[in-house]
Design a protein around this ligand. Structure first.
Ligand code: PMP
Length: 418
């Protein structure tokens, strides 16, 4: 039995109570109060559908892949490769060999940085265009390569509302520009960036584009062929799947032109002490035993999500965003950081005279999980001249009632701390 092919739920109506029941952790108490989980941009919770599939895999199918002729190895290999096919469909890639399983978005970007350097597609003094709202995962990998001289990062600025200023984008290109690498949806500001426009401008200059889709995949349909992006990256754990698994998509001709990232088993064709020849895509980039159960769990999470109409999910999340924005805005001294017109359900805010850490700590005592800090986007903090924000981020299992609990607890917090 192929778990991924057989574990396809029937089409479902969007019924919030039923959805919440799918997620065991949402039923638990924290500090004696029902958990209100509003830290979905950090990681999403997992439905029992995924949790059970992982247990089933270990109970009945566990073996190492690709290398064995025995029954279980074939079952595990088929499940892992079916997971790849599932991700191929999810992203609408042209071919399953364009899907590389990695640890997450961070590893995907590091893989591209490292292999572009190794293949001299990126040389000291070359330029990569990013934005002012990148996660550190799309800043630091570029700073780690090309020695002392390094790579020059050209940064697309943002407005006070957290939208990209693309007026000068065209002027950033020159013969040293080798890549545009941008976040599709900001984890701190919630901004949904106009990546189609960015890609078409970059391609006019013959520069490939990498998208950081970590915050986009759970909130919108991704079609890499329609986007025409050259590379795409995301993490399974932000899509209701397990941690430790993510995806790098790349156009075949580009992946083919890059050398292996790591060496080891599975990525080779022949090895002698003098010389090694490498396997074809995608295996060339998957050295060693991969996160087999992670890939399967991710595919099962995609199956789970496919049971819903994505428009229902988007509509529900947008309602939460709208309601929370309206209610938070009523709080005296509260300022939302990131007010772009086009936003994902992420709200960063600061409150006059109260440190975000104190907000987070007091909300926690009411069982509410929000995130506080710089959210791995220190350049955004610098841009807005703040050191940290509190951030509530929503998933499709959140409710308006949970937002009311957040608002009540915030009002109480302000009374205590002011
Ligand atoms: N980019 C963005 C926009 C993110 O939100 C995150 C996770 N917070 C990452 C990259 C890194 O993802 P991961 O830690 O799963 O590799």
């Amino acid at each position: 039995m192929n778990l991924i092919k057989s574990k396809i739920p029937r089409k479902r109506e969007f019924r919030i109570d039923e959805i919440r029941n799918d997620f065991p952790i949402l039923q638990r108490l924290v500090n004696g109060k029902p958990l209100v989980y509003l830290d979905n941009a950090a990681t999403t919770q997992k439905p029992d559908f995924v949790i059970e599939a992982i247990k089933h895999y270990y109970d009945f199918e566990n073996a190492n892949i690709h290398r064995g002729l025995h029954f279980l190895s074939e079952v595990a290999t088929e499940a892992y490769e079916t997971a790849r096919l599932k991700v191929k469909e999810f992203l609408n890639a042209l071919s399953a060999s364009e899907i590389i399983f990695v640890r997450g978005t961070t590893e995907a970007i590091n893989l591209i940085a490292s292999t572009m350097e190794k293949s001299k597609r990126l040389n000291p003094g070359d330029e990569v265009i990013i934005t002012n709202m990148e996660h550190h995962a799309n800043i630091v990998p570029w700073q780690l390569i090309c020695g002392e001289e390094g790579i020059k990062l050209r940064v697309i600025p943002i407005t006070d509302s957290g939208e990209l200023i693309l007026d000068d984008f065209e002027n950033m290109f020159n013969e040293k520009t080798k890549l545009v690498s941008v976040v599709q949806v900001s984890n701190t500001l919630g901004t949904i960036n106009p990546v189609e426009k960015i890609i078409s401008i970059a391609h006019k200059h013959n520069v490939p584009v990498l998208l950081d889709g970590a915050q986009a995949v759970s909130h919108q349909k991704i079609d890499v062929q329609k986007l025409d992006c050259d590379f795409y990256s995301f993490s399974g754990h932000k899509l209701y799947g397990p941690t430790g698994i993510g995806v790098l998509y790349g156009k075949t001709h580009l992946l083919d032109s890059l050398p292996p990232y790591q060496g080891g088993g599975d990525m080779i064709r022949t090895v002698t002490f003098e010389k090694t020849t490498f396997n074809d895509l995608p295996h060339k980039f998957e050295a060693g035993t991969p996160n087999i159960v992670g890939a399967i769990g991710l595919a099962i999470a995609i199956n789970y999500l496919n049971a819903f109409d994505l428009q229902d999910i988007i509509q529900h999340e947008n309602k939460l965003l709208e309601y929370a924005t309206k209610e938070l805005s009523k709080i005296d001294g509260l300022k939302i950081i990131g007010t772009a017109k086009d936003k994902a359900p992420v709200i960063s805010f600061v409150i006059d005279g109260i440190h975000p850490y104190d907000i987070g700590t007091l909300l926690n005592s009411d069982g509410i999980a929000i995130r506080t800090g710089h959210h791995c986007t220190q350049p955004i903090m610098d841009r807005f001249k703040i050191s940290a924000t509190a951030r509530a981020s929503f998933a499709f299992y959140n409710t308006q009632q949970e937002i009311d609990i957040l608002i009540n607890s915030l009002n109480k917090t302000i009374e205590i701390l002011k």
